[in-house]
Design a protein around this ligand. Structure first.
Ligand code: MG
Ligand code: MG
Length: 248
């Protein structure tokens, strides 16, 4: 079921989204060669708790970290641990925060030190793909319009579109209806209505679109070990467009 949020619920989601955006802004200063992903996770938890919220992903479906940290060929759901960031890596922080029962969810890919041109281009294009997807959102648009916009842009730029993972509705659950795929056909899928809140999150690969799961049962990596980038905002559908709730 796709829910329309009340003004009160939207207020809480704005606050949750603000905390997520602030957590990104806080953590990006720490993204440097030598820091472990566990330390980033600890800083995230501390910041979210100090903001009066709780980390949405901690124990979600049994996830062992507070945020997901995915490096280079890791697409999503990387588990924080003892691995250190290295110069030339790209790293995605996927952060969720729950404030008074409502969630915000935003992923962003960052450069560690000096990265090569290919990775820089992948990051730039994936961020642009997110905004292409968002640009078609308004009351009366279809979920398929979002996927079609992202897929068309990605293919034009010869990037692989991950199909196994999608964006989603969001509210008092992190993952609500509808699924918001990063591929699709214009004019198809559920109709968007003002007051819906959804997370749009293209995951684009430099090479193959194929992905698989590591033995840890969490981390998803690209089939050819080429890098992947991931940008996500939680947004509110409005009459004539959208409002980003996870502003940064
Ligand atoms: Mg996310
Ligand atoms: Mg999400």
């Amino acid at each position: 079921m796709i829910t329309i949020k009340s003004p009160r619920e939207i207020e809480l989601m704005e606050k949750a989204g603000e905390i997520v955006g602030n957590t990104h802004n806080y953590l990006k200063e720490y993204i440097k060669p030598g820091i472990t992903t566990k330390e980033l996770d600890r800083l995230a938890e501390e910041f979210i708790l100090n903001s009066g919220a709780t980390p949405s992903f901690k124990n979600l479906y049994g996830f062992p970290g507070c945020i997901c940290i995915s490096i280079n060929e890791e697409v999503v759901h990387g588990i924080p641990g003892n691995r250190k960031l290295e110069n030339g890596d790209i790293v995605t922080l996927d952060i969720g925060a729950c404030y008074k029962g409502y969630h915000g969810d935003s992923a962003w890919t960052y450069a560690v030190g000096q990265i090569n041109e290919e990775k820089a281009k992948l990051m730039e294009l994936t961020e642009e793909a997110l905004f292409k997807g968002l640009s078609v959102i308004k009351d009366g648009a279809r979920v398929g319009d979002i996927g079609a916009a992202i897929e068309e842009f990605a293919h034009k730029n010869h990037l692989g579109v991950v199909k196994e993972l999608t964006g989603h509705g969001i509210g008092c659950e992190v993952h609500e209806d509808p699924d918001v795929p990063n591929y699709g056909k214009k004019g198809t899928g559920p109709i968007l209505k003002a007051g819906m809140t959804i997370a749009v999150e293209p995951m684009l690969n430099l090479g193959t679109a194929n992905v698989f799961m590591l033995d840890d049962d969490w981390t998803i990596i690209t089939g050819d070990n080429l890098p992947s980038a991931h940008y996500e905002h939680t947004v509110l559908v409005t009459n004539d467009g959208y409002t980003i709730l996870t502003k940064r």
